[in-house]
Design a protein around this ligand. Structure first.
Ligand SMILES: [Zn+2]
Ligand SMILES: [Zn+2]
Length: 87
């Protein structure tokens, strides 16, 4: 299985906590989806996160989306518009 984020931290040899965030492009509301552990090659060999001597870094992985509140607003607006044209 190919890691979709593999390119983002190519060249990094530290263990990494990666915080996956979603940011609404309408209201900029941020929410954490999950935090994943990225093991560096030495740590991978022992199978324990942070077991190398390189320390632990942290990174962020942002994706843009539309939160349910904004989706709800859009739906309500388009429904109101539909009702207006009908009337
Ligand atoms: Zn490491
Ligand atoms: Zn939003």
């Amino acid at each position: 299985m190919r890691d979709p984020d593999a390119d983002a931290d190519a060249g990094s040899c530290m263990c990494k906590y990666v915080k996956h965030l979603r940011i609404c492009y309408v209201c900029q509301n941020e929410s954490t989806v999950l935090i994943s552990e990225r093991l560096c090659p030495p740590a991978k060999r022992s199978g324990v996160f942070g077991s190398c001597d390189d320390g632990i870094a942290s990174g962020r992985n942002r994706t843009q989306y539309q939160c349910w509140q904004c989706k709800d607003n859009v739906m309500r607006i388009s429904q109101a518009a539909r009702e207006l044209t009908r009337a």
